[in-house]
Structure formats: structure tokens, C-alpha cells
Design a protein around this ligand. Structure first.
Ligand code: SF4
Length: 356
């Protein structure tokens, strides 16, 4: 299997890259659209950036919002017609709490669009699990607790949920599809000394990969760094042990724990990635990205309430330059390093390109 998390994927879409500039008259469809079908969730994670008040992410989220069924099917039809390559379902809430997810996925499965989902895994059961197993490219389940007691403490969910989700993962394997099953462990001070145990248990459950990511605890990069520096060594020791003992034979560990401990300040004045992977929220707003979703003051590119997505996307290129990251994105940005690479690519002097 090739690299899954490489930032180089976008460089396989050279025509799209060259269309990004303001000066280009071309508008090409996004490569990947992230859809937040509902803001409802059956868990209540203590660190959830969409629910806590001190993080900018999701600050204007309305929990009862969801995309009406007909609008969702219209969006899927538009994405297929536009030639969008992939759809990722995520929260807001948990996509598997969306009442029309089955209809949506059945419609998607009739198109060429590849799709994936981020979920807590508690509703990865029955027909939906089968559909994802047979038609989705990947699914990633977020976890934090390492046993029933700790898991319930993190998430305010019913007892026994950790065991149920592991059982869901084991059952998911039995549908026989090719969907890649991953888990993202959100690392914080509470679970840092249980990382090895949790990875081992997930390996036993038959997942394909485990990704380690730092819990975002502040809008400030310095405060995040300070928080994670205190547990960095213990996390690295346990990750190294898991890699030594468990990795290989179709089980992979992606250590993203270090890569996100960076400064959050930005100096670029436009964002290439918002034309590559925008977000459609449950409130029918189109947002620049995951990190600006449900930020009405800074992240909205427009609304689909009275417009189809395909009309919206191709109607006005200037909206893609309405956000100045140097002014309003000095917080966590999941694609920051990709943006910097793309900006450097686009800034290369055309008169000197041949002198590689
Ligand atoms: S710079 Fe990052 S946080 Fe800002 S709009 Fe672009 S992707 Fe979102």
C-alpha cells in the first residue's frame, strides 16, 4: 500500500493547482468536499472543539441543524456532475446520526465519487456498515479512552460503549468489502500513558491503521505546545513500542503527534486549499475548511439555501479570495503545510522553471 497521509496528493492534480490563482480565469471543481450532514451527536466528548467554548472551531454551530434529505441528494447529484473526486463525511455531529445517511450513501454509490467518513463508530452497524464496507474507501473512528470506564468518562456516553465499538469494528471486517478501517487516537494527558495498550487492543480488533493526533486544547499554538511537551516523551516511548511490536502485516501506525505541534501564525494572504477541499455545513453554508466551519464571521464562502452547489461554485471566483489567513487564521489549520507547499509551487518564477 502507498502513502495514505502524504501532503503530496494534491500534486497529482496539476491542472487544478494551476487554476487556483486569482489571475486564472478557470474555475475547476473542488477535488474533495467535506460534508457535515448533521450537528447532532450521541457522544459528548469533553474536548470536542465543536462543543467547548474556548476554541474558535464551531463557535457558531447550532446543534439541531442538519441538511434536508432532498438538498443532500441535490448536492450529491451536483458533485457527480461537476466531477468532484471524493466526499468526506464528518462533524459537527456524528455523520452516522444523520437520518438520511443511508439514502445519501446509496446515491453516492451510483456515482464515480469516492467517499469516506469520520465517526465515533457507535452506529457503524447493520445496513450502513455494510454499505460503507462495500462502497466507501475509508472510515476513521476517533477514540480516546482505553477501556469502558475511561471511554465513558471522556464521552459522557452509556457504559460499555468502548466494548460495543470494538465489536462494531470486528463485525465490520466480516462484510468483506475493501473499506480501509482506521482509528484516530486523540492524545491528551488523560490517556498518554495508555497509548500502547489502546493500540494493541485496536490491532486485535482488526483495524488497518491507527493514527495518533494531539488533542487541540487552545487557539494558541504556544499553549498547545506547552501542554503536549509535558507528555511528549511518554507518548513517543509508547508509540515506539507499539511500532516495534505490532506494525507490519497490514497494520500501520501513523504518528502525527509531532507534526501538528507547530506555530499557528500565518503570513500568507490567500488560501489555496479552500478551492481544493471546502466544507458544506449542516446549516447549508459553504465554509473554507474544517478549521473555519461554523465560524460565521470568518469562514463562510456563501450559502446553498437558495442556490445549488454547482451554481454557487462556478459563479464568482472572487469569493475564494475573501479570506486572508494572515489576519483571521492564526489558529490550528490542518492543511497549513500543504498550503505553504502549494503557494511556493505557484510562486515559482516561470522564467526559471527549466533550471530544475
Ligand atoms: S488557511 Fe487554513 S484555517 Fe484558514 S481558511 Fe485556509 S485552510 Fe482554513
Amino acid at each position: 500500500m502507498g502513502l495514505l497521509y502524504t501532503r503530496m496528493k494534491i500534486f497529482h492534480f496539476s491542472e487544478k493547482l494551476d487554476s487556483l490563482r486569482r489571475e486564472s480565469e478557470l474555475i475547476l471543481p473542488p477535488v474533495n468536499v467535506r460534508i457535515k450532514p448533521t450537528n447532532a451527536c450521541n457522544h459528548n466528548c469533553s474536548y470536542c472543539a465543536y462543543r467547548v467554548d474556548h476554541l474558535q472551531l464551531g463557535k457558531d454551530m447550532v446543534r439541531k441543524d442538519f441538511i434536508p434529505r432532498d438538498k443532500m441528494l441535490e448536492i450529491v447529484d451536483d458533485l457527480a456532475e461537476m466531477g468532484v473526486r471524493a466526499v468526506t463525511f464528518s462533524g459537527g455531529g456524528d455523520p452516522f446520526c444523520y437520518p438520511y445517511l443511508q439514502d445519501t450513501v446509496e446515491r453516492l454509490a451510483e456515482t464515480k465519487i469516492r467517499f469516506a467518513a469520520l465517526t465515533n463508530g457507535s452506529r457503524l452497524t447493520g445496513r450502513l456498515a455494510e454499505l460503507f464496507s462495500l462502497h466507501a474507501t475509508w472510515i476513521r473512528i476517533s477514540m480516546d479512552g482505553w477501556d469502558d470506564e475511561s471511554y465513558t468518562r471522556y464521552r459522557g456516553c452509556p457504559g460499555g460503549e468502548f466494548s460495543r465499538i470494538l465489536a462494531n469494528m470486528e463485525a465490520f471486517r466480516k462484510y468483506g468489502g475493501n473499506c480501509y478501517l482506521g482509528v484516530c487516537i486523540v492524545v491528551d494527558k488523560g490517556n498518554c500513558s495508555h497509548i500502547y495498550d489502546l493500540i494493541k487492543r485496536l490491532h486485535e480488533a482488526g483495524v488497518d491503521s491507527v493514527k495518533l493526533s494531539p488533542c487541540i486544547v487552545s487557539n494558541s499554538g504556544a499553549e498547545n505546545n506547552m501542554y503536549h511537551e509535558q507528555i511528549f516523551t511518554v507518548v513517543k516511548e509508547q508509540t515506539a513500542r507499539a511500532v516495534n511490536e505490532l506494525e507490519g502485516n497490514k497494520f500501520e501506525i501513523f504518528d502525527s503527534y509531532h507534526t501538528q505541534l507547530a506555530t499557528f501564525s500565518k503570513s500568507h494572504h490567500w488560501c489555496p486549499y479552500l478551492q481544493i477541499s471546502p466544507v458544506i455545513g449542516a446549516d447549508l453554508n459553504v465554509y473554507s475548511c474544517h478549521d473555519k466551519a461554523y465560524n460565521l464571521g470568518e469562514g463562510v464562502l456563501g450559502s446553498l439555501k437558495d442556490m445549488r452547489f454547482k451554481e454557487f461554485w462556478f459563479s464568482d471566483k472572487s469569493r475564494f479570495f475573501s479570506i486572508d489567513p494572515a489576519s483571521v487564521c492564526n489558529h490550528h489549520c490542518v492543511v497549513d503545510s500543504s498550503n505553504l507547499q502549494i503557494l511556493e509551487y505557484l510562486d515559482a518564477d516561470p522564467d526559471h522553471l527549466d533550471f530544475v
